[in-house]
Design a protein around this ligand. Structure first.
Ligand SMILES: C[S@@+](CC[C@H](N)C(=O)[O-])C[C@H]1O[C@@H](n2cnc3c(N)ncnc32)[C@H](O)[C@@H]1O
Length: 360
């Protein structure tokens, strides 16, 4: 059976580790939550499925890739008797899995059409609400587990406040442009301590708690992944990309993890990808100089007055400095709480202060 083959694959890759998650994934038919005309080979392929798009053709809702669904459920470690809050119902597939694992599941979806569809598919097993998930579900709190299945720049205070002491929050957190990790946090007192981090790439949270993070259309089907671009920066970047590059050099032997280390070290880091060509490149954008330097497909390209920027990018790559995102350790405290120990990197965002380091 295709479903068993999918779960066997997820076990073999290490995405499924526990018997509880394995059993839930073997039991829940994914086809029930996906568009009816999708062939079963697609339903059980390890790919995300787009459910809705904006007018640029960019997805606004997807059923997540089974690998990340499984990894996040393992991070969440739901036990029977738990009360769980999910933000981002979309297809309802993850909510159905949660319902197999927990006592009570409340799932929040900002798109009322998707929420209504998912509520119909899930029945009474899940309390689906068509609301902006930034406020959580105060009437059903406290929760033993809170899971966001949508990408977040800054944890919402309500999720923290509605999490029971010792409870777990799993959230795809945007640390830097192109560096996003699904973090399993445990609440200890007024602090969230990370237990594990898994690389991921999620659609961004919409509504009242939206951050400056995003996928900026650059024209020609290209997007920049950044949290420091204004609309005029994006227009300028799109124009730069349409020019002939002034720098074009081969780059060989790119060390794995070169970009995450650049992203944390250099505030000019960003990613650019093309929806149509399925290409991704990573590098630096200097807003003041109007210069862009990107590495993709083994080539370093520089646009605008990019000689110095391209040299910085090459120096970083040749330094051999790398970072494995799974080694990140993060603590998050409500804004205004003073940091208690020094950390290698830190970010202050409106509701939380983040301190980031790595395991030795
Ligand atoms: C990647 S999908 C979630 C996948 C889903 N868990 C599943 O099993 O299919 C992200 C969803 O989050 C929703 N979303 C975005 N911002 C939201 C918000 N502020 N509150 C609730 N849902 C939101 C989107 O509409 C989208 O459906």
């Amino acid at each position: 059976m295709l479903r068993d083959a999918m779960v066997d694959g997820l076990k073999a890759s290490g995405a499924v580790r526990s018997q509880t998650v394995e059993r839930a994934m073997r039991e829940v038919p994914r086809e029930r939550f996906l568009p009816g005309d999708l062939p079963h080979t697609e339903v059980y392929a390890d790919r995300s499925v787009t459910l809705s798009q904006d007018d640029q053709g960019f997805p606004t809702s997807t059923a997540s890739q089974p690998t990340i669904v499984a990894r996040m459920l393992e991070q969440l470690d739901v036990r029977s008797g738990h009360r769980v809050l999910e933000i981002g119902t979309a297809s309802g597939y993850n909510a159905a899995l949660l319902a197999r694992l927990a006592e009570r599941v409340v799932s929040l979806e900002i798109d009322p059409v998707l929420a209504e569809q998912a509520a119909r598919r899930l029945g009474p097993a899940v309390d689906v609400r068509a609301v902006d998930g930034a406020a959580g579900a105060p009437d059903a709190a406290p929760f033993d587990r809170v899971q966001a299945t949508v990408g977040v720049w800054n944890i919402a205070t309500s999720w923290f406040e509605q999490l029971a002491p010792g409870g777990r929050l799993v959230v795809p957190l945007w640390l830097r442009p192109g560096l996003e990790v699904s973090v399993a946090f445990e609440r200890r007192g007024d602090t969230l301590h990370s237990l594990s981090c898994e690389p991921c790439a999620f659609l961004r949270l919409r509504g009242t708690h939206t951050g400056p993070d995003g996928y900026h259309p650059l024209g020609g089907g290209s997007f920049a992944v950044a949290d420091f671009l204004s609309a005029s920066d994006a227009t300028r970047l799109g124009r730069l990309l349409a020019e002939e590059p002034g720098v074009a050099e081969a780059v060989s032997d790119l060390p794995r993890g070169w970009f995450p280390s650049l992203a944390l070290a250099d505030e000019r880091a960003l990613k650019v990808f093309s929806l149509h060509a399925d290409q991704e490149s990573s590098g630096l954008y200097d807003r003041r100089a109007g210069a862009l330097a990107l590495i993709g497909d083994g080539v370093l390209l520089g646009y605008g007055d990019a000689a110095a920027l391209a040299a910085d990018l090459r120096t970083h790559v040749e330094s051999g400095d790398t970072l494995d995102p799974t080694t990140l350790r993060i603590t998050a405290r409500p804004a205004g709480t003073p940091p208690r120990e020094p950390s290698r990197w830190s970010f202050s965002r409106p509701s939380f202060h983040y301190q980031v380091g790595t395991t030795p």
